[in-house]
Design a protein around this ligand. Structure first.
Ligand SMILES: *[C@@H]1O[C@H](CO)[C@@H](O)[C@H](O)[C@H]1NC(C)=O
Ligand SMILES: *[C@@H]1O[C@H](CO)[C@@H](O)[C@H](O)[C@H]1NC(C)=O
Ligand SMILES: *[C@@H]1O[C@H](CO)[C@@H](O)[C@H](O)[C@H]1NC(C)=O
Ligand SMILES: *[C@@H]1O[C@H](CO)[C@@H](O)[C@H](O)[C@H]1NC(C)=O
Ligand SMILES: *[C@@H]1O[C@H](CO)[C@@H](O)[C@H](O)[C@H]1NC(C)=O
Ligand SMILES: *[C@@H]1O[C@H](CO)[C@@H](O)[C@H](O)[C@H]1NC(C)=O
Ligand SMILES: *[C@@H]1O[C@H](CO)[C@@H](O)[C@H](O)[C@H]1NC(C)=O
Length: 795
């Protein structure tokens, strides 16, 4: 093997000029063990003439090579490999692969127009379900930010959402009748994806993507040599990106990092977008001092393309290597010295920032496993070549502890980030901060020294001053900027994400080691938030209920006249025995029946009290008790449209069940609403909190009520703040029906007593004894007041 390497290197030296791009070596290991036998199953092959190399965006060593054979590696091709095969039991027919994608811990492949899933952790294959038509392509994305366990826990919902959303479609189908499928389960199950307005579109489908960087689904529409993206979500709903030249069949690469960078390429064209396709431009090519406007003009034939978060490399059929950085403003490629590196099987990949590798699988005449010829290119070393005439990097250090982390901005919160830039002495590079989703996030950059601030929607300039410069960047939701345009701003009801990137404007290509700083911002729920109902005086504390009894499988009866299992206020047909879940609810809150009441809600975050929640909320008794109402009506709550109530919510809830009132379906009656004019001002107003003084009024009935409580104010938090709690209503005298005779007797006795008192009291007060009599009543009252402190305070 050593000899082989030497020969290869010598060969290379004799061909290349002064400095070779890379020195070739071959990986040849484990041939006699493990990979000695034949591959099992149907050998897969890529249906196109060129090669592809797909790296897992989060797991550095996992990759798939597609060419005349496929190779799947978990160690970055550091060992010989058998060609990748699909088990015969999957019955794929022709094992031809048209598209492949990594989604979390599975590899998805389109084989013979069907989607198959390879779970590489379990080494198991399955066919996905739900796709009724042939498909050619799949698309999706992954999120690799901060694997800190805390962040993972916080973001697990959202992490899954990114890697599990997959589209499957036929490239080139007529859009009006294209069959598009969407999966929320890593491609295991698909369902049909159709959008209103799709039928009217003219042109063919160039792809459909979930652009998480912009929180939008984008559909590429091709018509007569031009293409444009069609965006489906608010605020871009059904609007188009700018059209661009579409030659050949473009392969679309979403670079990792959720920055919204897309690369479009085929043999004769290379285009780039920095904003998820809204604006697409050709990549310019620089050869020496000359800058050419496009690949077409440069007259080169692209064979393979590789990209990581910040870099782009292109291998051409003419055996040239081109390199570029994906900076904020720069997007051009420079040509490296020529070397015979191209072959039909060659593919490019970045192994690390600034480290490129040209990989070629080599068959072996003795063993079925292939070896890998590798040619590693150190970009930084090559750029030192004076012939390339590359300017030195003007920045020495660009640092920020937010780099590669994730943050949450919930409603009414702000985020401060700090970056440090140290310029090379005598230069004044300009740092820039950009957000990938300006519809959701506004950005303000504060530079101290000159105190300059700048706000805007698309680009934010941090003004620099020479030498160590600290940048404070503060991020806020677009909604909170004050003068936002609703047509530009994301819907307040929908959580979104965005990235923020701090980079240097017009960065020299030689700044290979100077990575832009990027953080992922989730504009959404902070999952550590929860609400707790204040329970200062519980029924146990006051001795109305016994905590020991409550804990011992306590149950109580709700009489049939007082509840409706269907929550419609109709009495039930039989009494209900309810088990009291003490572990969950603890001791009920004590409420006097004759006092209008409203629970006090506290917001807690990360186990710490934050504030009393003043936002609008709603209550529903979970067993269907309806022996309570509200103090205000639609009219007295000053509604200008008919307010929602639990009945209307239930009608529209569908299969969401009765507890479906939340921030997403809440409509304030204080906003004009032509769909619901105020027709019944006498209807009870069922929303508590917020601007009104609405309260709950209990009927004359003692007992336990278990309430579901939900914060419905859409402007309070992105979280679904809801919980259940219990109250014990007391003080109501039972309404007993007393026989008429007894009533008459009691009444007559009372009359007699009052006549006697009317005569006696004036007589008594005139005597010594009278003072003692008065004192008795006064002290009795005092004692009573003490023991009834709770009555007093609650009234
Ligand atoms: C976009 O959709 C939202 C609802 O999803 C709607 O309120 C808004 O008016 C729509 N905008 C346009 C320009 O169609
Ligand atoms: C597409 O091809 C035309 C000529 O056929 C050329 O003028 C144009 O520059 C090409 N566009 C791109 C983006 O390559
Ligand atoms: C493009 O390059 C090929 C050879 O690689 C050459 O034959 C052809 O003339 C060139 N075309 C242009 C327009 O320069
Ligand atoms: C910027 O951030 C630093 C570090 O957090 C802080 O000390 C400084 O006061 C901030 N400056 C401004 C203007 O907000
Ligand atoms: C928002 O878009 C709609 C429809 O395109 C338009 O009628 C309305 O004037 C726009 N509103 C603003 C504030 O620009
Ligand atoms: C709790 O009470 C119910 C009936 O009231 C009974 O069916 C159940 O077995 C009891 N559970 C325990 C743990 O005692
Ligand atoms: C709920 O609202 C509807 C109209 O929106 C009204 O007809 C109905 O009476 C209300 N129900 C209650 C219980 O107030």
């Amino acid at each position: 093997m050593l000899v082989l390497m030497l020969v290869a290197t010598l060969q290379l030296c004799s061909m290349a000029r002064a400095q070779p791009l890379c020195r070739i070596h071959t990986v040849r290991t484990g041939k006699t063990f493990g990979v000695g036998q034949q591959a099992q199953g149907d050998l897969l092959y890529f249906s196109f003439m060129t090669t592809r190399l797909i790296k897992h965006p989060c797991k550095k060593n996992i990759a798939l090579y597609l060419g005349r054979q496929l190779f799947f590696t978990t160690n970055n091709f550091e060992s010989s490999l058998l060609p990748f095969a699909i088990p015969t039991s999957m019955q794929v027919g022709i094992p031809e692969v048209t598209s492949a994608h990594f989604a979390g811990s599975v590899l998805l492949l389109v084989v013979n127009q069907k989607v198959y899933i390879y779970d590489y952790e379990a080494s198991s294959w399955s066919a996905s379900t739900g796709i009724k038509h042939p498909v050619s392509h799949i698309s999706g994305d992954n999120c690799c930010y901060s694997e800190h366990p805390f962040c993972l826990r916080l973001f697990c919902v959202f992490f899954q959402e990114i890697s599990n959303s997959i589209f499957a479609y036929v490239h080139g189908d007529q859009i009006s009748q294209a069959n598009i499928y969407f999966s929320k389960s890593w491609g295991y199950r698909f369902q049909k994806y159709a959008h209103e307005g799709q039928a009217e579109l003219v042109g063919s489908l160039g792809g459909i993507f979930y652009f998480h960087s912009l929180s939008q689904v984008g559909l590429l529409l091709i018509d007569q040599g031009r293409a444009k993206f069609w965006y489906l979500d608010h605020p871009l709903n059904y609007s188009f990106g700018l059209p661009f030249d579409y030659n050949g069949t473009l392969d679309i690469l979403i670079t990792p990092g959720q920055k919204g960078i897309l690369i479009f390429w085929f043999e004769k064209s290379l285009l780039i977008s920095k904003n998820a396709g809204q604006l697409v431009n050709p990549v310019r090519v620089r050869e020496g001092r000359r800058t050419l406007h496009s690949i077409f003009e440069a007259n080169i034939t692209i064979y393979n393309v590789a990209a990581n978060e910040n870099e782009l490399a292109v291998l051409t059929q003419e055996s040239n290597l081109y390199y570029g950085s994906l900076g904020i403003l720069t997007s051009f490629l420079i040509k490296f010295a020529h070397q015979n590196i191209w072959s039909q099987e060659a593919a490019l990949m970045f192994t690390n920032p600034g480290m490129l590798e040209i990989l070629t699988p080599l068959p072996d005449s003795v063993f079925p496993a292939f070896d890998f010829q590798k040619c590693p290119v150190n970009i930084q070393a090559i750029l030192m070549d004076p012939q390339l005439q590359v300017d030195v990097c003007k920045v020495e250090i660009l640092q920020g502890d937010f780099d590669n982390k994730m943050y949450i901005i919930d409603m009414n919160s702000e985020l401060e980030l700090t970056a440090l830039m140290i310029p090379r002495p005598g230069t004044s590079p300009v740092p820039l901060a950009t957000v990938s989703n300006p519809h959701s996030l506004g950005l303000q950059a504060i530079i101290y020294e000159d105190g300059y601030t700048y706000e805007g929607n698309t680009k934010y300039r941090l003004v620099s001053h020479p030498h160590a410069l600290n940048q404070n960047i503060s991020l806020r939701q677009q909604h909170l900027w004050g003068r936002t345009d609703p047509n530009f701003t994301s819907s307040i009801k929908r959580p979104t994400i965005s990235t923020i990137t701090v980079d240097i404007a017009n960065k020299e290509i030689s700044c290979v080691d100077l990575k832009p700083l990027t953080a992922l911002i989730s504009v959404g729920c902070d999952l550590t938030k929860k609400i707790i109902i204040q329970n200062e005086i519980s029924a146990c504390y006051k001795g109305f209920l016994d905590p020991v009894a409550l804990q011992d499988n306590y149950s109580y009866v709700i009489e049939k006249e007082a509840y409706d299992p269907n929550f419609r206020g109709q009495p039930a047909t039989k009494d209900l025995v309810v088990h009291y879940p003490y572990e969950k609810l603890g001791c009920p809150l004590l409420v006097y029946y004759n006092t209008p009441w409203k629970p006090v809600m506290e917001l807690w975050r990360e186990g710490k009290f934050q504030e009393i929640v003043e936002a609008e909320f709603v209550l529903l008794e979970v067993n269907g008790l309806f022996t309570y109402t509200y103090s205000l009506t639609a009219g007295t709550a000053l509604c200008i449209s008919q307010p929602q109530n639990w009945t209307t919510i239930l009608e529209n809830a569908g299969d969401k069940g009765p507890f479906a009132w939340d921030r997403e379906n809440y409509v304030s009656c204080h906003d004009p609403n032509s769909d619901a004019p105020l027709k019944w001002p006498k209807a009870r107003y069922q929303i508590l909190g917020g601007p009104t003084a609405n309260k709950v009024v209990f009927d004359q009935r003692n007992g336990i009520y278990v309430f579901f409580i939900s914060v419905v104010d859409p402007y309070y938090s992105y979280c679904w703040l809801e919980t259940t709690f219990s109250v014990y209503v007391y003080g109501a005298l039972p309404r007993i029906s007393i026989p008429l005779e007894i009533t008459i007797i009691v009444l007559m006795l009372a009359i007699l007593l009052s006549v006697w008192l009317a005569y006696m009291i004036p007589t008594l007060l005139r005597t010594e004894k009278g003072h003692g009599f008065k004192g008795f009543w006064v002290s009795l009252c005092k004692r009573c007041r003490k023991s009834c402190a709770c009555f007093q305070s609650r009234r």
